[in-house]
Ligand binder design. Sequence first.
Ligand code: DMJ
Length: 657
Amino acid sequence: MQWRALVLGLVLLRLGLHGVLWLVFGLGPSMGFYQRFPLSFGFQRLRSPDGPASPASGPVGRPGGLSGPSWLQPPGTGATQSPRKVPRRPEPGVCGPAHWGYVLGGRDRGPDEYEKRYSGAFPPQLRAQMRDLARGMFVFGYDNYMAHAFPQDELNPIHCRGRGPDRGDPSNLNINDVLGNYSLTLVDALDTLAVMGNSSEFQKAVKLVINTVSFDKDSTVQVFEATIRVLGSLLSAHRIITDSKQPFGDMTIKDYDNELLYMAHDLAVRLLPAFENTKTGIPYPRVNLKTGVPPDTNNETCTAGAGSLLVEFGILSRLLGDSTFEWVARRAVKALWNLRSNDTGLLGNVVNIQTGHWVGKQSGLGAGLDSFYEYLLKSYILFGEKEDLEMFNAAYQSIQNYLRRGREACNEGEGDPPLYVNVNMFSGQLMNTWIDSLQAFFPGLQVLIGDVEDAICLHAFYYAIWKRYGALPERYNWQLQAPDVLFYPLRPELVESTYLLYQATKNPFYLHVGMDILQSLEKYTKVKCGYATLHHVIDKSTEDRMESFFLSETCKYLYLLFDEDNPVHKSGTRYMFTTEGHIVSVDEHLRELPWKEFFSEEGGQDRGGKSVHRPKPHELKVINSSSNCNRVPDERRYSLPLKSIYMRQIDQMVGLI
Ligand code: DMJ
């Protein structure tokens, strides 16, 4: 049975990886790292140990390809399971024979349908067509939001109405955590307008935000959501407006007086009560924008919610010269970090902010933890603080040691392909057999650190699930080979990883993946006035909700995937994406600690315990952020252990070396 499941699993993985390898060997993309493998690899034909493969896409729950029995075993307990040291580099000429041979071609068969579909190049006209389709998708969603929903937070795309906070039911956190009665979708979409080069709409939208959006609202929102969707977008748009190079066209605003930056400051100040009266320094999950932390609030927060604020808070602090925001966000990260298990180095997913007790002991890559890891690395990229990198590297190693199952290398050796599972943070024991769709961001993060090979495998796994349903179910049970939670709210994570893998490999396979995703979104989620959440990935029924991240992330990454000449890829400016997909330029100004000059007897303390003056709003000093650096000072250079063969791709992508 085990062999049978293995073979069936590999056949589906063929969907994700066959194309990558075939295309590289067949077409020889300029920097594809598989060029290091011998050509014969792509044409090996090996015998299946257990008969022919099943069709790649079968009915849900039927054996059809994605199971992995040995993923049930803890790392190191079987012949195919061992904790992985990272990152590792493929040896020239070593190309794991058996499984990939089978994955590539099946048994003694000629090119199959999959080969035909993916072995062609991706012609420039088709790329342009897909870019226009992605732009059209954004425009349809955005225009309908503006026509039917603005100034409310979200668009109900089926009934062509707006949606705001659910005042009637404060416990409806799915809505109230995110919707603050502050025109969320418009704010979240700002930099996508710029990235798509639509200067007139960007300028109009910025003015609308300045003139109509207020945070003086009786809304209780989640600190994390307000930070990544609103604060992050305001900061990103502010930087685009004040960029002296204007790479996206003229995105300047006449008489702009840093209004977006001050709005960001206003919002952040309203979020600050979350960081007060907490014994650990880990913030409360929710605040009321007018009145602070609600009296009946709970003391439990997820790790990602509390520990993924540093990028936005850090940028704000460094632009304003006020250490407060970065200080509280960093204190939260460190408090969480200090609560990690001594044995495994892992963190759980829910913690009590007063006692520091782990309420949720599940450690995984998805919900509750995802952006915590992401922001350790991205904070380092932006601010160059070594401690962020050290934390990230240690976390990444623990993830490899305890979460990763399957064979050690993606493309060699025996055993099931790699998968990252959910385990108990203290014991490393498997806690369940599902993965969630948020986890699909992880290959993108792996690309950023140069672990491209592992990223390719993990991405392929998620793509295989997408292929089966035309969407990613919120949770997929890899043991039952069926979704555990069936909805798909237009999430961006798989597109994000696809985009970053394309930037790293330039392999047209990822353009095919993007086209596939675009087409399924058009087919299953397009409704009268926008794009709707899939309620059920099998029967394709929809829900009347279009979350703001569809415009800020999903459409943006799809567009960028096909827009080869976009300034994000081309200009000397170096961009990084926040966890909400907002672009921020990696700028030497962000690596300075401007509040050093504010040190004085009055005010709070800086990280070293020195006193620091907290400027009042009227004293705020806006740091000139208009010049982007072309060179990061030597001592601040990105110094991750990047694999040299990937450096150029990664350099092109984030421009950090
Ligand atoms: C977005 O708000 C962000 O990408 C966040 O990091 C995770 N959740 C959603 C998208 O799924």
